[in-house]
Ligand binder design. Structure first.
Ligand SMILES: Cc1cc2nc3c(=O)[nH]c(=O)nc-3n(C[C@H](O)[C@H](O)[C@H](O)COP(=O)(O)OP(=O)(O)OC[C@H]3O[C@@H](n4cnc5c(N)ncnc54)[C@H](O)[C@@H]3O)c2cc1C
Ligand SMILES: NC(=O)c1ccc[n+]([C@@H]2O[C@H](COP(=O)([O-])OP(=O)(O)OC[C@H]3O[C@@H](n4cnc5c(N)ncnc54)[C@H](O)[C@@H]3O)[C@@H](O)[C@H]2O)c1
Length: 475
């Protein structure tokens, strides 16, 4: 039986980072993946296709918006198949970077098939060809969770795994679930020309965001999407070639018809085929339980990425993959820290999130926190570009150390990155004032937030009193 220093099960963002990192450090590594191409969900059904799709939809939207404003007429139907082609082109191009050859050239042995535990050191591939690993990384990701709604077995619906294969643009789509997967794709389909309704069980979307960010982005999305909140979907069916979704709001039963249903109701970890019992690895509702060093209850077995449920983003899986190389290959006990890891939801406007929201900061640090807010209507570049419905919020402790930063605004995922650097390296918000931002960039909004900090310090603190005395004395 072939023996490895490290066996990685799952070739997505987490697994590829762990496998390539460990092989580069000289470890003998096996990587098992059950898909024809490496790259996992992010490349095939997630980040990459969705961002290609979103960009195509943005271009279409800009054409209609610009035409309406400048007296032009746009006619004809959107060539939806071109958007799908662009998605495929993006996947194919990036697939070349995530090719088998590249990982093999780094010294990784690739096995295709379903990996499963035979015992705590042995993995079979499709039930055969056992291989042995001193250490094992589980990075099998997640898939769409389909709730047990009445009729779900009999009615076809779309998920993120099938939407990028649509060969027509549905005239109307009901999204069940308004998380990031749903909202990014709902807005895009609406921009291509579908009539889109999002049915959400909670009372709002963007539930993890700061309470002042939520209404701004919701209001912007309401211009393009119809929302139904606090709805309990009771059934789906098919009548006269149409899908029918039945739901209850305030106890009243309602129905909505559409050409397609998109199930965007969250994720489910890929652990059911791993035969975890054979290795005695603990899980909780399918998510593999790990400690801060990303070890399972079996100290030589690690779990990273979506499958541990901690921070289900590609860059989260990547960060955990890097950490695992240090822990699994060098035997270190480095701990994971998500406090400085941002996320972005790529709706238009984009929503940027880093660290604590104002509510969370108050719960953790009491009333002594400080909040610096700048509206995009106060920043020249946003005014010039007519993007005035945005907000940046930086939350600090009383000394100015950054606890959290949040933004809603066009491309905020790009121009907020500076604050991630500042927080990671322990800078205070005031330090952002000490670097020059070219005029008029969008990122200068952070400069304005930092200036607020200095203004408060200068006008409310001890300095003005001392300076008043000094000036009197000098004169
Ligand atoms: C529509 C959508 C858009 C997204 N957009 C973003 C975004 O913009 N930014 C962002 O950061 N995140 C985004 N995400 C989330 C991101 O895709 C995931 O967090 C990321 O892919 C997780 O990586 P992973 O390595 O944990 O798992 P995955 O990428 O899912 O990889 C797991 C791999 O393991 C394979 N596998 C599963 N079981 C087995 C087995 N038993 N044996 C062998 N192989 C197995 C799977 O087939 C897959 O290839 C998005 C997700 C979706 C659905
Ligand atoms: N831009 C990004 O980085 C990005 C984009 C997409 C996804 N992701 C990642 O993928 C993860 C999963 O996103 P998601 O949107 O699939 O899941 P989610 O759990 O974040 O959202 C699912 C939504 O569906 C709702 N829901 C569940 N069951 C329902 C029902 N029966 N009826 C009506 N509503 C229902 C939930 O209340 C929730 O709001 C995210 O947490 C994120 O980490 C990231």
């Amino acid at each position: 039986m072939v023996e490895y220093d490290l066996i990685v099960i799952g070739g997505g963002s987490g697994g590829l980072t762990a496998a390539s990192g460990a092989a580069s450090m000289g470890a003998k590594v096996a990587l098992i993946d059950d898909q024809p191409g490496l790259g996992g969900d992010c490349l095939h059904f997630g980040c990459v296709p969705s961002k290609a799709f979103i960009t195509a939809a943005k271009e279409v939207h800009a054409v209609y918006k610009g035409a309406a404003e400048f007296g032009l007429t746009v006619s004809g139907d959107v060539l939806f198949e071109r958007a799908i082609e662009r998605v495929k082109e993006a996947i194919d191009e990036i697939q070349e970077i995530d090719s088998d050859e590249r990982f093999e050239s780094l010294g990784v042995d690739i096995y295709r098939g379903k990996g499963a535990f035979k015992d705590e050191h042995t993995i079979t591939i499709d039930g055969e060809n056992p291989i042995k690993g001193k250490r094992i990384v589980i990075s099998t990701g997640s898939r769409p969770n389909v709730p047990p709604i009445n009729g779900v077995e009999n009615v076809s619906f779309i998920t993120n795994e099938t939407i990028f294969n649509l060969d027509y643009l549905p005239k109307s789509v009901v999204f069940i679930g308004g998380g990031p997967v749903g909202l990014e794709l709902a807005q895009s389909l609406s921009r291509f020309g579908s009539d889109v309704t999002v049915i959400e069980t909670s009372q709002s979307v963007f539930k993890k965001e700061d309470h002042e960010i939520i209404p701004i982005v919701t209001k912007a999305l309401e211009k393009e999407l119809t929302f139904v909140f606090e709805a309990d979907v009771t059934g789906i069916s098919e009548q006269n070639g149409h899908k029918v979704v039945t739901y209850k709001v305030n106890g009243e039963e309602k129905t909505i018809e559409s050409e397609a249903i998109m199930m965007s109701t969250g994720r489910k970890p890929n652990t059911d085929k791993l035969n975890l019992e054979a290795a005695g690895v603990n899980e909780n509702k399918g998510y593999i339980t790990v400690n801060e060093s990303l070890q399972t209850n079996k100290s030589h077995i690690y779990a990273i990425g979506d499958v541990n449920g901690a921070f289900p983003f590609t860059h989260g899986a990547g960060m955990e993959g890097k950490l695992i190389v240090q822990n699994a290959v060098f035997g270190l006990k480095r701990k994971v820290n998500y406090g400085n890891v941002p996320w972005v939801t790529y709706t238009e406007p984009e929503v940027f999130h880093l660290g604590l929201t104002e509510q969370e900061a108050k719960e953790k640090h009491g009333e002594e926190i400080r909040v610096f807010k700048v509206g995009t209507d106060d920043v020249d570049r946003f005014i010039a570009e007519r993007k005035k419905d945005g907000l940046v919020k930086v939350i600090t402790d009383k000394k100015g150390h950054i606890l959290g930063a949040h933004a809603v605004g066009e491309d905020s995922g790009s121009w907020m990155q500076e604050i991630v650097f500042a927080k990671e390296h322990g800078h205070k918000i005031g330090d952002i004032s000490t670097v020059i931002h070219p005029y008029p960039t969008k990122g200068a909004i952070l400069n304005q937030a930092a200036d607020m900090y200095w203004r408060e310090k200068l006008f409310d603190g001890w300095l003005p009193k001392v300076s008043e005395k000094y000036i009197k004395w000098v004169r």
